[in-house]
Write a protein that binds this ligand. Structure first.
Ligand SMILES: [Zn+2]
Length: 230
């Protein structure tokens, strides 16, 4: 049985659900049963609905009239829009970093690259996919612009759903050396190169996806949160 003890405030439930979706633990299109999730989190429907509302504003869940909540299943058009928005924002993120990043920031980025390299050498695909997504979020965070950070947080979560749906098994979401080239350009204060490398990188990621359609059914939603809560 799933535990029924309350996990805390709405923010904690929101964080858990956001992480579960962004980290590809819940598949796109999954119905989010209120009854089951209220039991999982030990909360009322009213509180769960407040969390659903915030996640719907992030666009990572979709509320359907009289039919409840679903993990968003991005269409091909959504994917195009998400990547267009990422190009616009993330180019500005790296420009800002190249113009302002100090030694501490460069050190954080290099540490992250080392983690990616270790996941890559261990052929840990799931961890690598998560780390490569986190890289983009880290850049936005380190840019010091909290609005960029919030937008990139939502866009990378949506990208996770897109990659979940459309990743081709052979491709890795971010190519081996592209992140380190971006960090190198930032570190040498070369904003023009950093911007063009980021643009190229996001184009590669988008092109590596195979956008088509498939259906998905029964899913053990309890076990995902049971694991995260234990
Ligand atoms: Zn990347």
């Amino acid at each position: 049985m799933v535990k029924t003890k309350s996990v805390g405030d709405n923010q904690s439930i929101y964080d858990l659900m956001f992480a579960a979706i962004a980290n590809r633990k819940l598949p796109p299109g999954l119905k989010l049963s209120e009854e089951r999730l209220c039991r999982v989190f030990g909360v009322s429907r009213t509180r769960l609905r407040e969390v659903f509302f915030r996640l719907a504003q992030d666009r990572i869940i979709t509320l359907k009239h009289n039919r409840g909540a679903y993990v968003t299943r991005p269409t091909a058009r959504d994917a195009t829009e998400v990547f267009a928005a990422r190009r616009a924002i993330e180019v500005s993120v790296v420009e800002q970093l190249a113009n302002s990043a100090g030694a501490q920031v460069i050190k954080r980025l290099e540490q992250h690259l080392a983690e990616e390299a270790s996941a890559r050498s261990e052929k840990d695909h799931a961890r690598l996919t998560q780390l490569t997504g986190d890289f983009h979020l880290l850049l936005a965070e380190l840019s010091g612009n909290s609005i960029y950070h919030d937008i990139v947080r939502r866009l990378t979560a949506l990208s996770s759903l897109i990659i979940y749906l459309y990743d081709s098994p052979s491709a890795s979401a971010c190519k081996d050396n592209e992140h380190s080239n971006i960090v190198e350009a930032i570190s040498s204060g070369d904003a023009i190169t950093a911007k063009s490398l980021m643009l190229e990188h996001l184009e590669h990621v988008e092109k590596s996806l195979k956008i088509d359609d498939e259906e998905q059914d029964d899913f053990d939603i309890e076990s995902v949160f049971k694991e995260m809560l234990s």
